[in-house]
Design a protein around this ligand. Structure first.
Ligand code: KMH
Ligand code: ZN
Length: 281
């Protein structure tokens, strides 16, 4: 029997990332004020969760714990978004710093299920690190979002759940990150193959397509009953030669697609229950 698609769509905004520079992309929100302004506007446009990377005073990626905590608090004060901190950081961040991200007490965190080539770099996620980070999420009551860049990462998720049990909260939410040079392509075929291979314990999944794969992945995700992640971490143009001026544009477009699919954007209240995040306000 075919399962019914979920009635609403969880829209996550990933506004900044760690890869683009402020010099190349001045519209990238890098200061705390810009991040809060972005969060407020994206929530109004339909986002229910924010996937957060932060920058230092020189706009460089940082995992400074004080700044992370301050950002989590500021976004919580000004919005009801589910706050997800990146534990991926930048490809240059030491693994120990990435483990300490949870001390900033986010609602959720990203947790990438394996090492992957990442353009000309390598995004390191050795198995013992994945296990340690997962166990910390369980102890610190943070809901993980499993980032799957490749079919091998899907297989690794089976292994993690089999060996380490359920996540905090009991829901298993994943995100297919598609179109990274070095990972799986941003195509409907790759999305369908990944979804078919997900563990039975998975309760929800979203997908994001890097760069020009963004729309193809969004359409495929909605068609397969998935959720959406959009934002300037992954996509800097709305169309060829049309730069994104504000993350809100990408969220509004995702919300319009979700409406067309008759699965409108999920509210933040719904998302908190959907993901079973801990009440921290
Ligand atoms: N910046 C990438 C190296 C995550 O946030 O967890 C890793 C990344 C994934 O963006
Ligand atoms: Zn990220």
């Amino acid at each position: 029997m075919t399962a019914l698609p979920p009635p609403t769509t969880l829209i996550t905004v990933a506004p900044t990332g760690a890869e683009s520079t402020k010099v190349d992309v001045p519209a990238l929100p890098t200061t705390l004020d810009e991040l809060v302004e972005t969060a407020v506007r994206c929530e109004a446009a339909g986002a229910a969760m924010i996937h957060l990377h932060i920058r230092d005073a020189e706009h460089r990626p940082t995992l400074d714990l004080g700044q992370l905590s301050e950002s989590v608090v500021a976004i919580r004060e000004q919005t009801d978004l589910v706050v997800q901190l990146s534990t991926g950081g930048s490809v240059h961040d030491p693994l120990d710093d990435r483990l300490r991200v949870l001390d900033a007490e986010p609602d959720s965190c990203s947790l990438t299920m394996g090492t992957t080539n990442f353009g000309d770099d390598v995004f390191m996620n050795p198995w013992p690190f994945v296990v340690e980070l997962y166990q910390l999420t369980q102890q610190q009551e943070v809901v993980p979002e499993f980032e799957l860049f490749d079919l091998g990462h899907v297989h690794a998720l089976h292994r993690l759940l089999d060996t380490c049990g359920s996540p905090y909260g009991g829901r298993v939410h994943c995100d297919l990150v598609m179109g990274v040079p070095g990972g799986m392509p941003g195509t409907a075929d790759a999305l369908v193959a990944s979804v078919h291979a997900l563990p039975a314990a998975v309760t929800s999944w979203s997908a994001t397509g890097i760069g020009r794969t963004s729309l193809a992945v969004a359409f495929a995700s909605l068609s397969k009953g998935g959720h959406l992640r959009v934002g300037m971490e992954d996509t800097l143009t709305l169309a060829r030669g049309v730069p994104v001026k504000h993350n809100e544009e990408l969220v509004s477009r995702a919300a319009a697609l979700a409406d067309l699919a008759q699965r409108p954007a999920m509210s933040t209240i719904e998302a908190r229950d959907f993901l079973r995040v801990k009440a921290r306000k």
